[in-house]
Design a protein around this ligand. Structure first.
Ligand code: ATP
Length: 249
């Protein structure tokens, strides 16, 4: 298997007596969607927080792009290209999709344009912002205020921002939440293509989306990974069926 973009080894996190993450080891290889599923309270969000750097593990290692990152903060991990999306929306609703992405490009370029006049600065931001919108399938909606975009388009916009920030891997926490059947279908096909941009660690309760998208699935129950495998392996695993999938077919 290709070298992991993201490698998590023996991660542990307890809240008092509760073991929210217990010796979790999973990885993310180039081009894949690795879904993380499990019942409510299994520890999925706790794990994503630790990977993103917003929660400190008790022990274990996290490597991103071959470098240990356990000791560095969330902002630094984001700068390295670990893109987290969907739980906290960072969109400015009154600004156009384009302006939202331009702000991200600007934050990435830092102060290198501060000596330029605003209009020239804008020109230097438009091109990379439009490119990110195109990669996220939103080029035609560039001038539309974020508030007027559909639910699914706002998620695409968040992805465009992550792409503009140079994401090398995506941590997506329940992207299908709040979507109707049509929106879920559109977003599923969008995410299907997104894996070519960067691999995705996908936390999702929508099993149709998970089974349609995942190259591999890890099942988390009471903080432990009870199985990792392909869709077929996971669907036919007796322990997984007992603990989580039940009669879902
Ligand atoms: N800050 C905290 N302090 C104490 N307990 C916590 C804290 N955060 C999470 N927990 C507990 O850790 C366990 C795992 O929670 P977590 O939110 O990670 O689960 P989850 O799999 O994401 O659930 P859901 O699918 O409902 O979002 C739960 O029992 C939860 O109550």
């Amino acid at each position: 298997m290709a070298e992991a973009v993201l490698a998590i080894r023996d991660l542990c996190k307890s809240f008092g007596a509760l073991r929210a993450t217990e010796n979790v080891s999973i990885d993310l290889v180039p081009g894949e969607i690795h879904a993380l599923i499990g019942p409510n309270g299994a520890g999925k969000s706790t794990l994503i927080h630790q990977i993103a750097g917003t929660l400190k593990p008790d022990s274990g290692e996290i490597e991103f792009l071959g470098k240990p990152v356990s000791h560095i903060g969330a902002a630094e991990r984001a700068r390295m290209g670990l893109g987290r999306s969907f739980q906290v929306s960072s969109l400015a609703p009154e600004f156009s999709a384009l302006r939202n992405v331009m702000l991200a490009v600007q934050s990435r370029q830092g102060t290198s344009f501060r000596f330029f006049k605003p209009v020239m600065r804008d020109a230097a931001l438009v091109e990379p912002a439009m490119e990110a919108l195109e990669r996220a399938g939103l080029k035609d909606r560039a001038r539309v205020p974020a508030a007027e975009l559909s639910h699914g388009e706002r998620r695409q916009l968040e992805i465009a921002i992550a792409l503009a920030l140079g994401s090398r891997a995506f941590l997506l926490d329940e992207p299908m939440a709040g979507m109707g059947p049509e929106g879920s279908k559109t977003l599923t096909s969008f995410l299907d293509g997104l894996r070519r941009e960067a691999p995705i660690l996908l936390v999702e309760h929508d099993m149709d989306a998970v089974f349609a998208l995942a190259d591999r699935i890890s099942v988390l129950v009471y903080g432990r990974v009870i199985a990792t495998g392909t869709v077929e392996e996971i669907r036919s695993d007796p322990e997984v069926r007992r603990a989580y999938l039940g009669g879902a077919e």
